[in-house]
Design a protein around this ligand. Structure first.
Ligand SMILES: [Zn+2]
Length: 666
């Protein structure tokens, strides 16, 4: 029977805004894509991995002007930061697309023109809230304020309603086709919770989308109408086509389009799961298999601000340890769809326990014994006993399960399987105690078998971890005396009893440095700050009035008493309410503008079922001022008020006395 060949695998990251300083969020998405690409190659699929940068728009234009260079020269200068980070992280995209490339701009213009000819793009009038100072229309989801106006989120100035001529994409015509597609392809958006979110958004009705601006100059001009610039999403999303040879390399394009998976931060889900498939439907192109929205990482804030404490800064970590501990931690700690907490404890535990102890010690013990007992040559094995067969069988089963998990993008589960196997192998060595066998010359065939099994297990393990930790896997490979690259291994032919075993091993160096937990955590505050996985702000589910929407940064203390220091770290202040409005679509929530004496802030409070907005204006109460910001129903909350809560009712203790806004409460 002819073996069916596996389908090609095309994975993308979002194109990152070139003006951004790359952070752990960019790193996370790209590491996921890189690990999947490496795995799929080793699993026998043809792979294309695309990442890149979005280089158009006002921010680039503005930054360039500030530095006295033209926008392209500015982009050329700052894009290097991304090149450098991918290199440092061992991420190897097949192509790095920049939206300022001619191949991209031409492709976008061609796609625009063909939709214009078909009537899916038409010229009309766009009316929206416009910031004169920033020369920019506000995003449509910024809510109206009490006085019926909107404020620019970038500069805080009042916006005004302005109309301009624009080209629209006929998004409204695609509502039913999108819903049909979601129904027929339940895996189109993952995880499932995000699919529900997208479906209900589209059911709510779709308006045509303004896709050009006359106020933005730095971008792709509309063909034949250069006063108009093609606006961010129509420009940016099409990189997934132009990056794979659209209108330029038909063979490459035919092989890899449609994409297998677009990896994205959950904040840009709507663009990828609604606008993008509609653009593709309009162009008559097949839709990607899957849009996968990954979660956000939370990260210690105080640590980063301490002079000695910026060790978890990715660039510092990378310099000290190389990319593998970070790659392993990010991929092992959480499933790709969920949020995670970048805590010191978690990171150090993974490095010390999983990497240094479990894997690192296994490598060094096994190889050292082969070197000491068999002059560095993996021995020809003596007869096999059931325990030896079991270690082989366990490998075959681990391989099968890990491969299935990788295929399902459950990298954390693949790693769990592999680490369970590493534990089994460590136990096998402990049970068979080669250091004791060595003492009795009569047991030499038995000793040879045990070490041979260990070498086979290590060899297989190196291949299985290679997608996640390419550099360490290659080192283990070379320590075992293997020639060539572990990345060239194919899982379907990866055998426990490889014919190559029998060669000479090399002296292993410690693979993973242990981190001293105490030195690391000395005087360690436990606050955490949410950092977005992309340039956009993260969103959190609607939070009750009494709980912030963040997971704890540290294990819960053993008692429910807090120390005085812990209490003292909480900054309680008097807030004076300046404005209060309902949060649209959330019956419990009010958005409050508060005065804290030295600054004004916005908080979201779950008190709308007890208080009408006008009842709160002018009132003074206590807020926790140093709570990390959270986004609740799309509205940022920079603090939390204190209230007694019973059922749906909340009672806020107001100040009767005349206290100044911002006064400390202790
Ligand atoms: Zn503004």
């Amino acid at each position: 029977m002819e073996k069916k060949s596996k389908p090609p695998f095309y994975v993308t990251t979002p194109i990152y805004y070139v003006n951004d300083v790359p952070h752990i969020g960019h790193a996370y998405t790209t590491i996921i894509a890189d690990a999947l690409a490496r795995f799929m190659k080793m699993n026998g699929r043809e792979v294309f991995f695309l990442t890149g940068t979005d280089e158009h728009g006002q921010k680039v234009e503005k930054a360039a002007a500030e530095h006295g260079v033209d926008p392209k020269a500015w982009a050329d200068r700052v894009v290097v930061r991304f090149f450098d980070l991918w290199k440092a992280l061992d991420c190897e995209p097949d192509f790095f697309i920049r939206t300022t490339m001619e191949l991209h701009e031409k492709g976008v213009q061609k796609l625009f023109q063909s939709l214009l000819a078909k009537g899916d793009i038409y010229k009309g009038e766009y009316k929206g809230w416009y910031c004169v100072s920033d020369e920019n229309f506000l995003a449509e989801d910024i809510p109206l304020e009490k006085d019926g106006t909107k404020t620019c989120p970038d500069c805080g100035r009042k916006a005004q309603v302005v109309s301009e001529e624009t080209y629209f994409f006929r998004l409204s015509a695609y509502q039913q086709r999108l819903l049909d597609h979601y129904r027929d392809h339940p895996q189109f958006v993952r995880p499932q919770s995000r699919m529900n979110e997208v479906t209900s958004f589209v059911r709510g009705g779709l308006k045509d989308l303004s896709i050009t601006r006359t106020t933005v100059k730095w971008g792709v001009p509309v063909p034949g109408d250069p006063a108009h610039t093609i606006y961010v999403w129509f420009d940016a999303l099409h990189n997934y086509l132009t990056g794979i040879g659209y209108d330029r390399d038909p063979e490459l394009f035919a092989k890899f389009w449609p994409a297998t998976v677009h990896l994205i931060g959950k904040d840009i889900l709507r663009f990828h799961a609604v606008f993008w498939p509609a653009f593709l439907m309009a162009s008559g192109l097949p839709l990607p298999d899957c849009v996968f929205g990954h979660g956000w990482w939370l990260k210690d804030e105080a640590k980063m601000s301490k002079s000695k404490g910026n060790v978890l800064d990715p660039s510092v970590l990378l310099k000290a340890m190389g990319p593998d501990p970070l790659r392993y931690f990010l991929l092992r700690e959480i499933p790709i769809g969920l949020d995670g907490n970048f805590s010191h404890e978690g990171f150090i535990h993974r490095v010390n326990s999983d990497l240094a102890n479990d894997l690192g010690n296994l490598v060094s013990r096994a190889l050292t014994m082969i070197r000491n007992y068999f002059e560095g040559t993996i021995p020809a094995p003596g007869p096999e006993v059931p325990a030896d067969a079991a270690i082989r069988t366990a490998f075959e089963e681990t391989k099968e399960r890990a491969v299935a998990q990788y295929e399902a993008y459950a990298v954390n589960k693949a790693l769990e399987e592999i680490w369970a196997y590493i534990t089994t192998v460590n136990k096998y060595l402990a049970d068979n105690a080669p250091w004791k066998l060595h003492k009795d010359p009569a047991l030499r065939p038995r000793l040879a078998r045990v070490l041979r099994q260990a070498a086979g297990a290590l060899r297989g393990t190196a291949a299985l971890v290679a997608p996640v930790m390419p550099a360490s896997a290659q080192k283990i490979w070379e320590y075992l005396g293997e020639s060539g690259k572990v990345r060239d291994v194919r899982f379907d032919t990866l055998d426990f009893d490889a014919p190559g075993l029998g060669q000479s091993v090399r002296a292993p160096e410690p693979l993973f440095p242990r981190i001293d937990l105490k030195a690391f955590l000395a005087d360690e505050p436990k606050t955490s700050k949410e950092i977005p996985m992309d340039e956009q702000k993260p969103t959190a589910p609607e939070a009750p009035v009494s709980a912030p929407a963040v997971p704890p940064a540290a294990p819960a203390p053993k008692t429910n008493l807090i120390s005085y220091d812990e209490f003292a770290r909480m900054e309680l202040r008097v807030a004076h309410v300046l404005e209060a409005v309902k949060v649209e679509g959330a019956k419990k929530l009010l958005k409050l503008k508060i005065d804290l004496g030295t600054e004004q802030r916005q908080i979201v409070a779950g008190v709308a079922e007890t208080y009408a907005p006008e009842q709160l204006v002018g009132k003074k109460f206590i807020v926790i001022a140093n709570l990390q910001p959270a986004v609740i129903r799309g509205v940022e909350s920079q603090g939390m008020l204190l209230a007694a809560v019973t059922g749906d009712k909340a009672a806020i203790p107001f100040f009767e006395a005349d206290v100044p806004a911002g006064a400390k409460v202790k």
